[in-house]
Design a protein around this ligand. Structure first.
Ligand code: FES
Ligand SMILES: [Fe+2]
Length: 386
């Protein structure tokens, strides 16, 4: 990509201004239904952490209209199944609870399955010789564990998990993800399409106007860019802009860490203040020097998205006397409040019939990457329309 005269040739900025997705992509129920089929049902979707599903526990989860169960057996194996009994289809599990006697028992007529999903007993039903138990096991769902994070895929042929994160982004290898504990959860029920959230997440042109506090803490954001290498004067060999404001080392209200810093981070990871890892379409992790946030998107309809944010800490931090949860939570919760307002404002504006599609600026190169990721999954007729 070249940027004649304006940017260093290694700058990630776009060298042209491509069109956005069309208006229908954010509003049309048929478009949304197609995305559920071709994007959400074929992708790995985040459903929770191993640390929060104790061994010997079963939990119902819902995923784009499909009810599933997560099963963590006494031996430590994790599995997922459709939440439907093979007898006459009753829901197997309505609420999280212990697995009794290592068996999953349907509450309707007591058919019983083992934790591998095999049918063990038809209870009071007495099948004739033509009934073969081995043909009536639970319907399995693919489950993948990545560093204590659990993902499921509804497709019979799930993609390779390693292809899910966008290449080139940080991998968070130096953060002890497996051992962290949840200190707080907050949810935002947003009146916007799920893609509006990702688009807003992927650019900082809105930062100076929408996030005044954050832009003070992260002066790079005050210039409408996500990282120093997006600045017009940037070159890989030149002096690098500081990311965080003087004296601050993290995204807390005070700017100070809320507990001990993670010991294995590199100097660059400390200086960045935040490292982002994205798993389209389902979740992202924002990692700071002292804690992490996990944001999960649940599409509830073409114009409604539930955002769940978990704040994760080392257990020692949560247990330390004087630990101030508000210092860690309030700063980023304000940022999310501001983003949610921006997303809803974007969605409301898309109701205008005069708007058919917009235009990306060069700084919105990560939105262009997101659109390319999405288009690669859409059927041909929708690709052409977009
Ligand atoms: S529907 Fe489950 S045992 Fe009958
Ligand atoms: Fe934002």
């Amino acid at each position: 990509m070249s940027h004649p005269g304006r940017f260093h040739p290694d700058s990630p900025l776009l060298d042209h201004c491509p069109p956005t997705l069309p208006r229908d992509a954010y509003r049309d129920p048929d478009w949304h239904a197609a995305e559920v089929e071709h994007v959400w049902k074929t992708s790995w979707v985040y459903v929770g952490r191993r640390a929060e599903l104790p061994a010997g526990t079963i939990r119902p989860v819902e995923l784009v209209g499909q009810r599933l169960i997560l099963v963590h057996d006494e031996a430590g194996a994790l599995r997922a199944f459709h939440n439907t009994c093979r007898h006459r289809g009753a829901e197997l599990c309505a609420a999280e609870g212990p697995i009794h006697g290592r068996r999953i028992t349907c509450p309707y007529h007591q058919w019983t399955y083992d934790t591998q999903g095999r049918l063990i007993s038809t209870a009071f039903g007495t099948p004739t010789g033509d009934f073969r138990k081995e043909e009536h096991g639970l319907f399995p769902v693919h489950l993948h564990e990545w560093r204590g994070f659990l993902f499921v895929c509804l497709s019979d042929t799930p993609p390779d998990f390693t292809q899910a994160p966008i290449p080139g982004l940080p991998t968070l290898d130096n953060w002890p993800l497996e051992g962290l504990a949840r200190g707080h959860r907050r949810q935002w029920d947003m009146a916007c399409n799920w893609k509006i959230f990702w688009e807003n997440y992927n650019e900082c042109l809105h930062c100076p106007g929408v996030h005044p506090n954050l832009s003070q803490r992260v002066p790079v954001f005050a210039r409408g860019i996500n990282a120093p290498n997006e600045a017009a004067e940037w070159s890989p060999d030149g002096p690098q802009l500081p990311v965080l404001s003087e004296g601050a080392s993290t995204w807390t209200v005070s700017g100070r860490p809320c507990g001990p810093e993670f010991p294995d981070l590199t100097e660059a990871e400390r200086a960045a203040g935040a490292s982002f890892l994205t798993f389209y379409p389902t979740c992202y992790i924002t990692a700071h020097v002292d804690f992490l946030r996990v944001g999960t998107l649940t599409p509830m309809g073409p114009e409604r998205t539930l955002l769940t944010i978990d704040w994760l800490f080392p257990p020692e931090t949560l247990a330390a006397p004087g630990f101030d949860l508000a210092d860690a939570v309030d700063f980023s919760a304000q940022v999310v409040d501001e983003d949610a307002m921006a997303c809803e404002m974007n969605q409301r504006g898309l109701a205008s019939e005069r708007y058919t599609a917009g235009t990306l600026m060069p700084q919105e190169f990560e939105i262009a990457q997101f659109h390319a990721w999405l288009r690669a999954r859409l059927p041909a007729e929708m690709k052409d329309a977009s």
